[in-house]
Ligand binder design. Structure first.
Ligand code: NDP
Length: 480
């Protein structure tokens, strides 16, 4: 065999990744369950590079140089297991199977362990950037053995996006499920980012009274500054778009029900299991879910909201400035939550994930690519043990500068009855973490009252229980 890599599963993602490898000078074996897609790929794009089309799995495997590298890009879940099994039987010890689909990291851990028993390397890799990224340079998040990265890494580095400083947006994230875990958190952060941007839009529209094309201009302005990012850029594009059929702003003709494929939900479910607070991501998942509950919304639609007072031009411009600060501060908070979760996962599964590398490989190629990721990279480079992004001196300073505007915007959302669950939850997280005392003291006392769950004291060591039903004597329960 002479192909350096094989791609099986040639729908949009697989086809574009195969083309990306070929355009970068690799010989690529290509295979798909139904041969039509393989033939189409070679007919349409065969001129872009060196493809070896294979009709059967056996031909495909025979086309590959050793150790073989087989990248699977099929539907996540059951189909991925089917295809892994099909190829595992044809491969030999030392060969590498790569799953580039959106697998749950627990599935990746299971598959990696099973294939390791058979002497095969299994790499579960996150690929972000959609079809366009797959073709022109995605952000790639591979997890697997160090040996598998030695053989695969250089190829991934060639096809990955490049950060503004020229470094490829891929790295060996860690063992087994580390790559898919990090990709999952990426998607959770993406949900939070999108929700915050959507709230900023709605506030500018309903509180400040701006029209969609004016909001597009505001977003374009923001895109030049610290909020500069792919998501802000495409938001401006969407808001500029006019519906051809009605002549109305496109955003006004789209049904206001947001769907989800599930990676945001996985992030929150996993965070619950790890005990890591990610309320910003959870609010984003729930906001989508709320939007889709037409029956609840219809039933609640007669409920009264507050009177709104229209804003004058100057007031609106000031408010827009506050929304920028509120959006930025809330964004810092959701990234802080995401990184906290990556650290928690890394500790739980013993992955040793480099937190600064994660920021580095998200600077380009992926959906959350943004100017500001370079600052997160810098924060974790200068202090790998930074307990939270909020404690980084630069981010702390910015949050402090944003706080009054942030509070004003959240207050305006409440006063005007425009829901901003992402921004208000981010502010509550900020205030919760910085508070010298939390009402958790009262909660713990309640728990001790009804369930004898015990408590610790601020003034001395030990575990205590108050005999609430009796004379309220305090007893020590830890034998001290
Ligand atoms: P799809 O998820 O739509 O999957 C279609 C591909 O899976 C086809 O090649 C299909 O083969 C193959 N397939 C499905 N079932 C089986 C089976 N039982 N046995 C063999 N092959 C099977 O394709 P996408 O390109 O959209 O995505 C591929 C992977 O990448 C998915 O895991 C997805 O979650 C992930 N991903 C997708 C992104 C996107 O933007 N679309 C972004 C990042 C990741 P056939 O042609 O024969 O039907």
């Amino acid at each position: 065999g002479r192909a350096q890599i094989g791609v099986t599963g040639l729908a949009v993602m697989g086809r574009n990744l195969a083309r990306n490898f070929a355009r970068n000078g690799y010989t690529v074996a290509v295979h798909n369950r139904t041969y039509g897609r393989t033939r189409d790929l070679v007919e349409q794009f065969g001129g872009e590079g060196d493809f070896v089309p294979a009709e059967t799995a056996e031909e495909f495997v025979a086309a590959l140089e050793r150790p073989r590298r087989v990248m699977i890009m099929v539907k996540a879940g059951g189909p991925t297991d089917t295809v892994i099994e099909e190829f595992a039987e044809l491969l030999e010890p030392g060969d590498v199977i790569i799953d580039g689909g959106n697998a749950h990291f627990e599935d990746t851990r299971r598959r990696e362990a099973a294939l390791r028993e058979r002497g095969l390397h299994f790499v579960g890799t996150g690929v972000s950037g959609g079809e366009e990224g797959a073709l022109n340079g995605p952000s790639i998040m591979p997890g697997g053995s160090p040996e598998s990265y030695e053989s695969l890494g250089p190829m991934l580095e060639r096809i990955a996006a490049r950060a503004p400083d020229g470094t490829p947006c891929t790295t060996h994230v860690g063992p087994d499920g580390a790559g898919h875990f990090v990709k999952m958190v990426h998607n959770g952060i993406e949900y939070a980012d999108m929700q915050l941007i959507a709230e900023a839009y709605q506030l500018l529209r309903d509180v400040a009274g701006y029209a969609p094309d004016e909001i597009a201009d505001i977003f374009r302005g923001w895109n030049e500054g610290r909020l500069g990012s792919y998501l802000i850029e495409i938001t401006a594009e969407v808001l500029t778009h006019t519906d051809a059929a009605t002549g109305a702003p496109f955003v006004d003709v789209v049904a206001d029900r947001a769907e989800q494929k599930g990676t945001g939900r996985w992030t929150v479910q996993t965070a619950l299991g790890l005990g890591t607070p990610v309320p910003g991501i959870a609010e984003a998942v729930f906001a989508r879910s709320l939007s889709g509950h037409t029956e609840l919304r219809t039933a609640a639609s007669p409920l009264p909201g507050p009177q709104r007072t229209p804003m004058g031009r100057d007031e609106a411009a000031d408010f827009a400035d506050g929304v920028e600060r509120s959006l930025y501060a809330s964004k810092v908070i959701s990234y802080a939550q995401g990184w906290d979760m990556i650290r928690a996962g890394s500790e739980e599964y013993d992955w040793h994930i480099d937190l600064s590398d994660v920021a580095a490989i998200w600077r380009a190629g992926c959906i959350i690519r943004a100017r500001f990721l370079d600052r997160i990279r810098a924060a974790f480079t200068s202090d790998p043990w930074l307990p939270t992004l909020l404690a980084d001196p630069e981010f702390a300073k910015e949050l402090g500068e944003a706080q009054y505007a942030w509070r004003d915007v959240v207050a305006a959302s409440v006063r005007n009855g425009v829901p901003a669950p992402g921004m208000s939850s981010a502010l509550a997280y900020y205030d919760g973490l910085r508070a010298p005392r939390l009402p958790a003291a009262l909660l713990q006392a309640q728990r001790d009252y009804f369930g004898a769950h015990t408590y610790q004291r601020t003034d001395r060591e030990g575990t205590f229980h108050t005999l609430w039903g009796g004379d309220r004597e305090e007893i020590r329960t830890d034998g001290g």
